[in-house]
Design a binder for this molecule. Structure first.
Ligand code: BGC
Length: 258
C-alpha cells in the first residue's frame, strides 16, 4: 500500500477521461488512492487515465456511464464499488456547458446541461450514499462546481442554473448526511485550461479581458484544482463540510462583464 495521504482509499471520479476529472484521478492515485474511472463517450481518454493511474502503482477500473441517466448513475457506483471492493470518495466532476442567448435555449440543451451537471451528481451521490449506509462506512462527496455557482455568466443560463443548483444541493446534503459521517463540499474552479475552454483559449477577444480579470494573471491548471480535491478527500479535511472552495486565481473577487 502507498503511504500517501489517500492510502487505502478508493475514489470514483465522474468524467475522468479528460480535463479536471483526469487530473483529479491521477492526483488522487499519486496520493495513494485506487480509482474508479468513468467516461461517457471517449474510451481512449479513460484508457489514458488508467495508464497514468496504473503507472503510479494504483489499481483502477473503467466504467462507462452517461450520468444524465439515473440507471447509469446506479450501475456506475455499483460496478466501481464491486470491482475495487468499496468507494470512499465520490468526485462529481463530469460537466458540460452550452452557450446560447436565453431566448434561443432549446429543450435538448437544457436537458443535456441540467442532466449532466445536476441530475447526474444528484443520483450518483444517492447511489453512493445507499452503498455507504448499507456497509456502515463514512464517505466524502466532492462536487466540481464553478465560480458560476455564485457569479453570473450571461448567455450560459443553463450552466448557471445547474451550478447554482449544485451549490444548494451540497449545502442541503452536508446537513442531511453529516450525522452519517459523510462530508459534502464543492470546489468552484475559475477559468481552467481544459477541453471545455478550448474555444475560449483560441479567442483572444474573449481571453485577453478574462486574463485581465484574474488577479493571479493566468488561467488555472487541472493540477491547481486536483490539489484542492485531494485535500478535501484526505483525513486533514475530516471536519470540513458544507462549503465551497474557490480555486480561481482571484477571478471571483475581480469580475467585470464586457
Ligand atoms: C466555465 C468556463 C469559464 C470559467 C470562468 C467555468 O466554470 O466552464 O467556460 O471560462 O468558468 O468564467
Amino acid at each position: 500500500m502507498s503511504d500517501g495521504k489517500l492510502a487505502g482509499k478508493v475514489a470514483l471520479v465522474t468524467g475522468s477521461s479528460s480535463g479536471i476529472g483526469q487530473g483529479i484521478a491521477v492526483r488522487m492515485a499519486k496520493d495513494g488512492a485506487d480509482i474508479v474511472i468513468n467516461y461517457s463517450g471517449r474510451i481512449e481518454g479513460a484508457q489514458e487515465t488508467q495508464r497514468q493511474v496504473e503507472a503510479l502503482g494504483r489499481k483502477s477500473t473503467i466504467v462507462q456511464a452517461d450520468i444524465s441517466k439515473v440507471a447509469d448513475c446506479q450501475s456506475l457506483v455499483n460496478a466501481g464499488w464491486d470491482a475495487l471492493g468499496k468507494v470512499d470518495i465520490l468526485v462529481n466532476n463530469a460537466g458540460v456547458e452550452k452557450g446560447a442567448d436565453f431566448w434561443d435555449v432549446t429543450e435538448a440543451d437544457y436537458d443535456l446541461v441540467l442532466g449532466v451537471n445536476l441530475k447526474g451528481p444528484y443520483f450518483t451521490t444517492q447511489a453512493f450514499v445507499q452503498r455507504l449506509l448499507k456497509a456502515n462506512l463514512p464517505g466524502r462527496v466532492i462536487n466540481i462546481s464553478s465560480v458560476h455557482e455564485d457569479m453570473v455568466f450571461p448567455h450560459f443560463s443553463t450552466y448557471c442554473a445547474s451550478k447554482g443548483g449544485i451549490r444548494m444541493l451540497m449545502r442541503d446534503l452536508a446537513v442531511e448526511l453529516g450525522p452519517k459521517n459523510i462530508t459534502v463540499n464543492n470546489i468552484a474552479p475559475g477559468a481552467i485550461i481544459t477541453p471545455i475552454n478550448k474555444g475560449l483559449m483560441q479567442d483572444h477577444a474573449k481571453l485577453d479581458p478574462l486574463l485581465r480579470n484574474i488577479p493571479l494573471g493566468r488561467m488555472g491548471t487541472v493540477d491547481d484544482v486536483a490539489a484542492m480535491a485531494s485535500f478535501l478527500a484526505s483525513d486533514d479535511a475530516g471536519y470540513v463540510t458544507g462549503s465551497t472552495y474557490v480555486v480561481d486565481g482571484g477571478l471571483m473577487r475581480n469580475y467585470h462583464e464586457q
